[in-house]
Design a protein around this ligand. Structure first.
Ligand SMILES: *Cc1c(COP(=O)(O)O)cnc(C)c1O
Length: 382
């Protein structure tokens, strides 16, 4: 049996080696390492794939989020609402820009932003909401979009984990993660569902003026060469990464199917275990399983580390995404928040457990993982 990893990029590379190698070699031969033609070609292909009017590639997903907030022209002290159960980058850029992160709790089933909690958190200083499509399924965008419209707020989607996930509106209209808010952001970090071989990211928008601003901000605020109209940053997707992504994009749908197939295998195996709650798929969104995340019952959650160690002895990795919600992070201590304020996120942080999830899990590995996970829970003497 192949070694089990949380993400197996080596096996995936072997399957598409010739396409990747050819793309990288072309970039080296052209020596156009920055702003080469592969970057705009890939952006165009991703436009077609997502349905977004504009795709602006940047250096990474965190930069994408930062540039999005910069492009909206927010001012110091403006409030930006984010879920408290997410990767730190979502709130980090808010704090870096001198804006005020306001965190809200999440929904127990989908682990995504609780829309009623967002409504309660809105103040006269609120300017933007950053929903995170956590673990690969869309936050409930329809009520969120109507709330934002009602209150005149911007929505910047953090779609770093959810490229290719599809949301269905009540009128049957479908839209991809990252294309519903005024700006959407994604990451091409290697382990993401569409990952490059280094850092990468992109912004999506349907707004022509915003697209131009984003483009300029990502390039030192420059519109005409050496004329800087605004304070910007240097954030570019390099051409080699664009070549890798352009080779992988045609496979994204198969990759999503492979993840969904592995998730179904896990679901079937764990459905009858009282101590394991399988991921809940929202009726509004497909799930692209960036992570396959179980929630452990109250009875066994306190034994999570022990379970992880036992699985590690069997060479099965399992990870905790995320062990500490934003409001309990040292760097984000804030007099407004205390432990107990966001009970769902706090409970999730104590009980989530993510299993290996990638595009190359085979039946033998899945059978080995599931039987060992089930056995480790049976072994627990409580
Ligand atoms: C990965 C990720 C980011 C940041 O992306 P990078 O490319 O690593 O900067 C932001 N938000 C979420 C939810 C992520 O998973």
């Amino acid at each position: 049996m192949r070694k089990i990893q949380m993400v197996d990029l080596q096996t995936q590379y072997q399957q598409i080696k010739s396409e990747i190698d050819k793309g990288i070699q072309e970039v080296i031969d052209s020596a156009a390492f920055v702003k080469g033609k592969k970057v705009s070609e890939f952006a165009e292909h991703l436009q077609t794939y997502t349905g977004a009017k504009h795709v602006i590639p940047v250096g990474n997903g965190t930069d994408a989020l930062q540039i999005a907030l910069m492009a909206l022209g927010l001012e110091r002290g403006d409030e930006v609402i984010t879920p408290t159960f997410t990767f730190i980058a979502t709130a980090e850029v808010v704090a870096l820009l001198g804006l005020k992160p306001v965190v809200v709790d999440v929904d127990w089933d989908t682990m995504n932003m609780d829309i009623e909690a967002v409504r309660r958190a809105i103040t006269p200083r609120t300017k933007a909401i950053v929903p995170v499509h956590l673990f690969g399924q869309c936050a409930d965008m329809e009520p969120l979009l109507s709330l934002a419209r009602e209150k005149g707020l911007h929505i910047v989607e953090d779609a770093c984990q959810a490229i290719g996930a599809e949301y269905t509106f009540s009128d049957g209209r479908k839209a991809q993660a990252g294309t519903m808010g005024v700006i959407g952001c994604t990451s091409f970090f290697p382990s993401k569902n569409l990952g490059c071989y280094g850092d990468g990211g992109a912004l999506f928008t349907n707004d022509d003026a915003l697209a131009a601003r984003i483009q300029a901000i990502a390039n030192h605020g420059m519109v005409v060469r050496y004329h800087h109209d605004m304070v910007g940053v240097n954030s570019r997707l390099d051409t080699i990464q664009a070549a890798v992504l352009d080779a992988k994009l045609p496979h994204l749908d198969e990759y999503i199917s492979a993840r969904q197939k592995a998730a179904r295998y896990y679901d079937e195996a764990f459905r009858s275990c009282a101590d394991l709650l399988i991921p809940v798929v929202s009726p509004h969104s497909t799930h692209v399983y960036h992570q396959y995340t179980l929630r452990l019952s109250e009875r066994v959650a306190s034994r999570r580390d022990e379970i992880r160690n036992r699985l590690a002895e069997k060479e099965i990795p399992a990870m905790v995404y995320y062990p500490v919600p934003l409001h309990e992070q040292k760097a984000y201590q804030d007099a407004r928040y205390k432990t107990g304020d966001f009970p769902v996120a706090e409970r999730l942080a104590k009980c989530v457990l993510s299993l290996p999830m990638h595009t190359c899990l085979d039946e033998e590995q899945l059978a080995y993982i599931t039987s060992n996970v089930i056995q480790r829970f049976k072994d627990l003497k409580i």
